[in-house]
Design a protein around this ligand. Structure first.
Ligand SMILES: Nc1ncnc2c1ncn2[C@@H]1O[C@H](COP(=O)(O)OP(=O)(O)OP(=O)(O)O)[C@@H](O)[C@H]1O
Length: 302
């Protein structure tokens, strides 16, 4: 049996003539926190709405829990909870009343609302009107509402958007707890790599509707290959010497040479070669492109 909770196969979606989702093949494994990353307008919200069947997908392109979504709509939706755009909260009701109200609609034991207030850290504010909640508290209440039916899968669309640093940390920790302690699978979208990097086990990077990268967070790190930077006087002549000795250079400026990092031993050999040939090496160091730059590169080249 497949361990994929979400799978899309070559999914396309159009608004009028605009192709907003382009040949998208997502694979979200059970128990993962899947960071769905992309700049504004990349197609994240549209994709999430398709997963929720709020927008209809072509037949046999979207599978939730191993089943085609259009022919298993109710059964699939029962197993997932979602927070897309603004949480549907009654401002004139307290946090607890919002949850109790939803319990009654879903025919769930009202006592569940107390557990969820605790889980999302709103116990102390349970009797405060939700309209008076901070943005972060509203998001947490939204997540509590999404969790009422004890779903296996959570779809969260930019849940930290607009939150202050404390609010961001709270939601981040909540997501980590939900996956690690409560066994939930979470797909969370964001336009900020720094957000996703801290919590996700897997990452999908989308731009203009196309999936440009999909893999584990470690596989994403592996993509950012380190380089060796050598600061040396007479860099042009030093570069010629290195090329004559079989080294492939990435770039040379007036006083610096860059090449692909291979090993510390190799660094030593290069240094010795330069020094023995009379070059004055002022600095030699390794640089690894940070993920933020990698993300920008991936989305820019699309
Ligand atoms: N209801 C709609 N009708 C027409 N075009 C739409 C509609 N909703 C979204 N779009 C367009 O589809 C594209 C993808 O939008 P979407 O909201 O899915 O992106 P996103 O990655 O979620 O971005 P953001 O982070 O800004 O929400 C954009 O060009 C947007 O303008």
């Amino acid at each position: 049996m497949s361990d994929l909770i979400i799978e899309t196969r070559g999914l396309n979606y159009y608004f009028g003539t605009q192709k907003v989702v382009d040949d998208l093949s997502l694979k979200v494994k059970k128990g993962s926190i899947y960071g769905f990353l992309g700049p504004n307008g990349a197609g994240k919200t549209t994709s999430i709405k398709i997963l929720l069947n709020l927008l209809k997908s072509p037949k046999d392109t979207v599978f939730l829990f191993g089943k085609e979504i259009n022919s298993n709509r109710i059964a699939s939706l029962k197993r997932l909870g979602a927070l897309v755009e603004q949480p549907a909260i009654y401002a004139h009701m307290t946090g607890r009343e919002n949850l109790v109200n939803r319990c009654m609609l879903l025919n769930i034991d009202k006592a569940k609302s107390t557990d969820l207030l605790e889980l999302v850290g709103l116990s102390d504010a349970a009797n405060k009107k939700a309209g008076k909640y901070s943005l972060g508290m509203k998001q947490r209440l939204g997540i509590a509402l999404a969790l009422l039916s004890d779903p296996e899968l959570l779809l969260l669309d930019e849940p930290t958007n607009g939150l202050d640093p404390n609010g961001i940390i709270e939601i981040r920790n909540l997501m980590i707890d939900l996956a690690s302690k409560h066994g939930k699978t979470i797909l969370v979208s964001s336009h900020l790599l720094s957000e996703i990097e801290r919590i996700a086990s897997h990452v999908g990077i989308i731009n203009k509707g196309k999936l440009l990268f999909q893999g584990t967070i470690n596989e994403l790190h592996d993509l950012s290959k380190p380089t060796l930077e050598i600061e040396v006087q007479n860099a042009a002549q030093a570069a010629s010497l290195l090329t004559e000795n079989g080294y492939e250079l990435i770039a040379t400026t007036e006083n610096k040479i860059s090449l692909l990092f291979k090993s510390a031993e190799e660094n030593g050999k290069i240094n010795t070669l330069l020094v023995q040939n009379g070059f004055i090496v002022t600095s030699i160091y390794q640089i690894r492109k940070d993920l933020e730059h990698l993300f920008l590169d991936i989305t820019k080249n699309n």
